[in-house]
Design a protein around this ligand. Structure first.
Ligand code: ADP
Length: 209
């Protein structure tokens, strides 16, 4: 995060004099408390300063990269997940390919009659099934999908970093975000490498303080 000159100055004052009240910081800068309020709010939200009621502001001593890591470690799957695209286990490989193009996704989740997760289809699963095969309209996707219990799942409350680690460990592009029902998993989201890229870019651009 790029700090303004005034914000840098505030940090210096708090570093040397903290704990110090907002009133006192304002005095030292010959500004009013009201003028300073947005800067103090930003510095507190960003983690450079901390405030204790009736004590004042003090410097947390955290470096930019420590603060960045702290923020990253708090990200949850639900803040970044996308809408899932599902197909029924009996649709043909041909129809699944069409769905993948129409919906513009790289991974399809496969469900049964009860709308519960039974498998996953990746681009390469569909390509593999297509090579030298003339009857794509005849082959149901449940024949070629990666099936339960081998599907790696995640929950919306999971940490984004943990989900990212699973994508790396399993060498896959997406995880279904699921809700546990008594008769299986309901698919409520999709977490992909693109979602993780977005998280990284948002963090770098400081869109989340
Ligand atoms: P691609 O095959 O297009 O490179 P992936 O790397 O995502 O895409 O998929 C690799 C293999 O892993 C495929 O066979 C796919 O069915 C399977 N796969 C994809 N996502 C998952 C998942 N969440 N859990 C288990 N297997 C998966």
């Amino acid at each position: 995060m790029d700090l303004t000159q005034r914000q840098e100055h505030i940090i210096e004052i708090v570093k040397e004099n903290g704990p110090i009240t907002g009133e006192n910081i304002a005095e030292r800068l010959s500004l009013t408390r009201a003028t300073l309020r947005p800067d103090l709010a930003i510095l507190t939200m960003a983690g450079y300063l901390d405030a204790r009621p009736r004590v004042g502001y003090f410097y947390t001593g955290k470096t930019g990269s420590e603060l960045l890591t702290e923020k990253l470690k708090k990200f949850k799957v639900q803040e970044f997940q996308s809408i899932p695209v599902v197909v029924h286990e009996n649709v043909s490989v041909y129809d699944a390919i069409c769905t993948m193009f129409l919906e513009d996704v790289g991974t399809l989740f496969v469900v049964n009659d009860h709308a519960k997760l039974v498998g996953v289809l990746s681009r390469k699963d569909l390509l593999r099934a297509s090579i030298g095969n003339q009857d794509l309209r005849e082959i149901p996707v449940h024949i070629i999908m990666t099936r339960m219990p081998n599907v790696t799942i995640c929950y919306k409350e999971d940490l984004l970093l943990e989900a990212g680690q699973m994508l790396i460990d399993k060498q896959i592009d997406a995880l279904p975000v699921v809700k546990n029902d008594e008769d299986g998993y309901e698919v409520i989201g999709r977490l992909t490498k693109t979602n993780l890229t977005k998280a990284l870019v948002e963090l770098g651009r400081d869109e989340r303080i």
